[in-house]
Write a new protein. Structure first.
Length: 332
């Protein structure tokens, strides 16, 4: 049994144990037929206006409509989701504090930082996945590469001369490109920005040559002709962009996606978890949500069972841990 297989198995066991504990332990709470009986707070680990905030407000709108509850969205940005995550783990597991968690919180931060102020496994109750975001590989139009094969050839012909943008060390834009470099044997240089928007502006302006960005964020610039999209990181071609190839068609096994899930503090009663899970799945099955939110943003619903979310974390954590350690990516 290899080291990485043993680590993956250990992590999966820990996540499963935490999920079981959250269903059988924890503080007393109202049963599902009386929940909610007071305001619900959704904690967002980012500033207003981003994807996480949009998801929280969409969910809040449906909770208000279906539960007749007061729902407050509270933004707690900072330290790569750590401020919000720590706060949530100190709240009662009664279903009145919820957390919109980007995958970074659970599968990247444990390796990126030596010391976390929260336990990514034991500190939370998984409720449901929310959305998956497929990332697109965009280039400045002047870059002489119009597909992945040509980009790889260009990068190998000019090692260390192509600069790619990220929206911070350890961000999905950073890790996706590091994975691309590893899988293609290329050498490109990261330029870190405080957000995807300034990075994309510099791709448009030619100060840097390329980046991975969420497909929805890149599409306005693609349509305007200020950047070109040569591939998407989705596992298969996207239904909304059937003519855009995947990176995996040239680099087998390459997937560049990020995702968000709904979590509560540890110890949430199973009946409350189940009621919230049903609400999430109902929300994302709504045809109007599909058309005006998911399709409009090029998102894909991953609403499912708590076990689906637990499995996703346990499966992905070892892959990103290995990438971070091999690339010597670390933050204090």
């Amino acid at each position: 049994m290899t080291f990485w297989f043993r680590r993956a198995a250990a992590f999966a066991t820990a996540v499963a144990a935490a999920a079981i504990a959250s269903f059988v332990g924890g503080v007393p709470a109202a049963k599902a037929d009386t929940y909610p009986s007071k305001p619900i707070t959704i904690i967002v680990p980012a500033s207003p206006g981003g994807v996480t905030d949009m998801l929280a407000r969409l969910l809040a709108q449906h909770l208000i409509a279906d539960f007749g509850a007061q729902v407050v969205v509270e933004n707690k940005p900072g330290a790569n989701n750590q401020v919000a995550a720590e706060y949530v783990t100190h709240q009662p597991g009664d279903g009145y504090t919820l957390f919109i968690g980007p995958e970074t919180t659970f599968i990247v931060n444990p390796t990126l930082y030596d010391h976390l102020p929260y336990d990514p496994v034991k500190g939370f109750t998984p409720i449901s996945g929310l959305v998956q975001i497929d990332h697109a590989l965009i280039l400045n139009p002047a870059v002489p590469a119009n597909n992945v094969k040509e980009l790889i050839a260009l990068a190998k012909a000019k090692p260390g001369q192509l600069n790619y943008g990220t929206y911070g060390v350890g961000s999905s834009g950073h890790l996706n490109m590091e994975m691309f470099k590893t899988m293609t044997g290329t050498n490109m240089v990261p330029v870190h920005y405080k957000g995807a928007t300034p990075a994309m502006q510099d791709v448009m302006g030619g100060q840097i040559q390329l980046m991975f960005v969420s497909t929805g964020s890149g599409m306005p610039q693609v349509k305007a002709g200020t950047v070109k999209m040569i591939a998407v990181g989705a596992p298969s071609r996207m239904a909304l962009l059937p003519d855009v190839p995947t990176v995996a068609e040239t680099v087998p096994g390459f997937i560049a996606v990020s995702w968000f899930g709904l979590f509560g503090p540890a110890g949430m009663p199973p009946e409350i978890t189940a009621k919230l899970n049903d609400e999430v799945r109902k929300t994302f099955a709504d045809p109007n949500v599909q058309k005006t939110f998911l399709d409009a943003q090029y998102f894909e619903s991953i609403a499912g069972t708590p076990e689906d979310l637990t499995k996703r974390i346990a499966t992905e954590e070892p892959k990103w841990r290995k990438l971070l350690e091999d690339a010597h990516i670390k933050l204090e």
